[in-house]
Design a protein around this ligand. Structure first.
Ligand SMILES: Nc1ncnc2c1ncn2[C@@H]1O[C@H](COP(=O)(O)OP(=O)(O)OP(=O)(O)O)[C@@H](O)[C@H]1O
Ligand SMILES: Cc1ncc(C[n+]2csc(CCO)c2C)c(N)n1
Length: 289
């Protein structure tokens, strides 16, 4: 009996207390993995100078209500695109943020560089207005197999000459809320272009991908975001995810759809770290002001 207990104890010890050599291996792996830093400082009026690496932003407007901070993102961005009907939103809603000003002055100030899509939603007057101002119009009406967001991301990747793409981040407004098939299509785009930094935004939350090939450090901008957050395995189950800085941290935890996914979590520190064997979606709430 005593021997059996000893064996059970020894086995338990073996599984719960890793040997010094295996601990060294884990540490080595963590050191070998590159860090990827994330910050929602684009939601601040001025981006702190010490932000490293400094990013170049492109703003992509989709066909949904413009979030209240769209003019701010516009000012941070060096390239501005509308996906098809997104141009109607820019035309109709941008003047509403500046009620004291003449609507056409506002429209001229917020002129997109490019409108791209299958052009079944943009109104003729809107197309003609921006075309007359010099906006590049890319009509892809023959392509009915990719979404307008997808088409715009490929434009930024392949055609936007003169834009520093080494540290580019694409901010997508109007990506969440509304029609569920569109939302899923938008999430699919960030998975499909997993090597590009793409942030989906609405008035209430933002989402971006955490590729499994990095150890992630998320710098929380507490004045504008949080505390509610989520980590969701997308596409395939995660056998192991480890976090720090959350109320319900994961510790080598498995997650999958139909099993555990981390929603309604709470950010507890200004720095959150995430490491996983799978690509995960990171989402955080945006404060109302
Ligand atoms: N309700 C919505 N929720 C989330 N994203 C949206 C929504 N509506 C449009 N979008 C996004 O804006 C892009 C442009 O919208 P637009 O209405 O022009 O698309 P569309 O191709 O005409 O859509 P559909 O033909 O399916 O109605 C879409 O590709 C999608 O990414
Ligand atoms: C399997 C399959 N499902 C849906 C569509 C339709 N579709 C997908 S993206 C797109 C363009 C929207 O601007 C359209 C019409 C398709 N082609 N293939």
């Amino acid at each position: 009996m005593l021997r059996l207990q000893a064996i059970i104890l020894a086995k338990a010890k073996h599984f719960t207390v890793p040997s010094p050599s295996s601990l060294r291996l884990v540490k080595k792996r963590m050191i070998a993995m590159d860090l990827m830093h994330h910050s929602s400082c684009f939601l601040l009026p001025t981006i702190p100078l010490q932000r490293r690496p400094s990013l170049t932003y492109a703003l992509l407007v989709l066909n949904q209500n413009l979030p209240r901070f769209t003019p701010l993102l516009w000012n941070h961005a060096q390239l501005h695109l509308c996906a098809d009907g997104g141009a109607n939103r820019l035309y109709d809603e941008m003047p509403l943020f500046f009620p004291q000003e003449d609507a056409s002055d506002v429209r001229r100030r917020y002129k997109p560089d490019v409108i791209k899509g299958d052009m079944d939603s943009i109104r003729r007057e809107v197309l003609e207005f921006y075309a007359s101002l010099g906006t590049e119009i890319v009509d892809k009406s023959h392509d009915q197999d990719t979404t307008d967001l997808h088409k715009c991301v490929t434009y930024i990747r392949d055609s936007a000459s003169g834009l520093d793409k080494s540290n580019l981040c694409i901010l997508v407004v109007g990506a969440l809320g509304g029609r569920f098939d569109h939302e899923m299509g938008n999430l699919n785009v960030i998975c499909r272009f997993s090597s590009m930094r793409i942030v989906l935004l609405s008035n209430d939350s933002l989402i971006h991908l955490l590729p499994r090939t990095y150890c992630h450090v998320i710098h929380i901008q507490t004045s504008v975001e949080g505390p509610h957050c989520g980590l969701i395995p997308i596409g395939r189950p995660s056998k192991s995810t480890t976090t720090t800085g959350l109320q319900w941290d994961l510790n080598n935890t498995a997650m999958e759809f139909g099993g555990l996914v981390s929603t309604s979590n709470i950010v507890k520190k200004e720095k959150v770290t995430v490491q996983s064997d799978c690509d995960l979606l990171w989402t955080i709430s945006i404060k109302k002001l």
